[in-house]
Design a protein. Structure first.
Length: 231
């Protein structure tokens, strides 16, 4: 398996006490961010309780999404490095205090999605379902339909030694036959985070990123051995 994965999604979710969507406050925030590296090209404010700032760059999309009880900073089909995303979070977080009339985040979550290219298999479904899970010939006779994607899901609870609960999804990647899709979401609620303390959120984002590369990668690598197939 290729050691360097391809990150396709970052997301930081900042959950706070519910607060009404204030159009004027968000328009001011949009202008303020336009003077920084965390700027966005467009703004939409829905009086029904949702708003977003966004930029489109081909398939890549940057979004700052507002819901009554949370804000999400996300990159879909990411075309920027983790350090650049961290800087965006660092810029956005303290400005949410005034814009959303809050002083802290009750819970925060960080999500990383990436793909790993297989070395010894040409079909990620065969690799995961047959090679890793030993399910060759044990699916279709019962489900009676083709399998487009298959996967594993793990929930790893928070422990005294490990902050945050992790939700881990590992799937065959529907956009590329010989790549595995990995999503790890960490949910952190042990401590409420003041709006000005972005480094704690960024630290936890890095922990999620490290879990993908230092834990999920070797787990998958043990199965991607010579003799694999799936053509």
């Amino acid at each position: 398996m290729q050691a360097e994965d391809r990150i396709i999604h970052f997301c930081v979710e900042l959950i706070h006490q519910p607060s009404p969507i204030n159009r004027a406050a968000l328009q001011k925030l949009y202008f303020d961010l336009s003077q920084t590296r965390a700027n966005y090209d467009s703004i939409e404010v829905n009086e029904g309780g949702q708003a977003r700032f966004y930029s489109n760059r081909g398939k890549a999309q940057s979004v700052l999404l507002f819901l009554p009880d949370r804000a999400l900073v996300l990159e879909e089909w990411a075309d920027l490095a983790l350090s650049d995303f961290e800087e965006k979070v660092r810029v956005v977080m303290p400005r949410l205090g005034e814009a959303r009339q809050i002083d802290r985040f009750l819970v925060h979550a960080a999500t990383v999605r990436s793909t790993f290219a297989l070395t010894h298999y040409t079909d990620s479904r065969v690799f995961l379902l047959d090679g890793a899970c030993g399910l060759s010939g044990r699916i279709t006779p019962f489900l009676k339909r083709p399998v487009a994607t298959g996967g594993l899901r793990f929930v790893l609870p928070e422990t005294p030694e490990h902050a945050g609960a992790l939700q881990v999804n590992i799937e065959s990647f529907r956009h590329s036959n010989d790549e595995m899709f990995v999503e790890v979401k960490g949910v952190f609620g042990r401590r409420q985070v003041p709006v000005g303390e972005g480094e704690e959120v960024i630290h936890n984002l890095r922990q999620v990123r490290q879990f993908v590369s230092e834990r999920v990668y070797p787990f998958l690598q043990q199965f991607d051995q010579p003799g694999g197939s799936g053509a």
